[in-house]
Design a protein around this ligand. Sequence first.
Ligand code: NAD
Length: 471
Amino acid sequence: MHRLLIGDRRPGGQGVIRVIEPARGEPFDEVAAAGPDDLEAAVAAAKRAYPAWAALTPVARAEILFRFADLVRAHGEELAVLEARNVGKPIGDARWEAAHVADTLRYYAGAADKFFGQTIAVKKGGLDITLHDPLGVVGLIVPWNFPMVIATWKLAPALACGNTVILKPASLTPLTALRLGELGLEAGLSPGVLNVVPGTGASIGAALAAHSDVAKIGFTGETATGRAIMAAASATIKRIGLELGGKSPNIIFADVDVQQAASEAAASVFANAGQDCCARARVIVERRIAAQFVEAMVAATQALVVGDPLAETTQMGPLISAGQRERTESYIGIGKAEGAHLACGGERLPGPGYFLGPAVLTGARPRMRVVDEEIFGPVVVVMTFETEDEAVAIANDTIYGLSGSLWTNDLKRGLRVACAVRTGVLSVNSSSSVHLQAPFGGYKQSGLGRELGMQAMDHYTEVKNIYFETV
Ligand code: NAD
């Protein structure tokens, strides 16, 4: 059984998490589950470790983070296999994610000594300067869809800025978080700088969010959980960063290469079996090419190789759990009852594991639940539009605003629509959502704050203004 990582101790926790392999529907490992006492010990360890870590020069912190990145790269295959087995994601995707984790650590190691304050010309004269102070102990609560990637988006800038960290992975996917913690120690992080406490959201996550010695919660997960964390954080005016749900639009204008846009549309929603906050789950296509587009998208969807995550050719694995598959199936049923047409998919694959054929629902309209709600499974809804204004109105007709794409060969229209769509990230003629060097985050109920890029450093520091009277 894998033990917790708290300071210089590896306690056995107060329960056991049986880690399931979704491709087989069976347990394949065991991890200790933290109890309330373990969380207290982790907060105390992080508090003890904070003064020395914060006092290191940024260059000294960077050296440790560069070593951490090198170790992740050296252990990339091991991390990728763990993630592929635990989440059910294709091994090729998991390898990209392990490399991205190393890149993220390198980026923030490099950022540590390039993040500094200002000298400000205030009216009174004298010298006015700003400093970036670390926050203290930060709690990082992450979901199960991209466990090591999302953990690193938070822990790398948090550590680079001089904070100490308590990382709570989702109980479904604790393995790579614990391994990252071990590699951090091997790289030279002092005990207590990075603690890892798998456990349930209801007990450990909620207690972390309410803890008076925790200065900030960096959270990724459902919008409903984000609301609970916001409420819990209010008691101590804790800083919070929230990366929440999405229902991202994919706007297709009639002037594009229909085959290419259709196959990109399929890939961008069915990656990670649709369990992706940035999944382009609402296709909004110009009516005069809709029939041709749907035909091409259904063909691209049916051509996806669904199967064993460890097989090199697999493009889509199983869903994370039996419950997530049932939830997705129930949404397909709701969509049909609401009047949408199931053009393909939705069938269970024979054999063990939580596999589900990727599904395309056409004839969708705003206010259908399958259009408004985040399904978080391999389902895309297709809607149509006549005018550019209508396309933008449909795209913006949602409580979410995380990501999105639009496809057109008209440069001016591309720019107009990109500016009008209310999302934190938008790609033109591309399905990409994440660039490590650029900010990532949501408008509206998709989140609060930004991750990645240099902006993440702002979110793990306080700005201090110091004024020197010189006359
Ligand atoms: P979730 O909200 O159920 O859980 C996320 C984490 O929060 C887990 O570690 C969980 O244990 C913990 N948690 C649960 N209840 C808690 C509480 N009351 N207090 C504190 N912690 C609690 O989300 P999930 O099902 O693991 O992940 C899927 C969701 O995450 C989707 O909505 C998806 O859109 C979102 N997501 C968003 C982004 C983004 O960057 N915006 C990225 C990935 C996933």
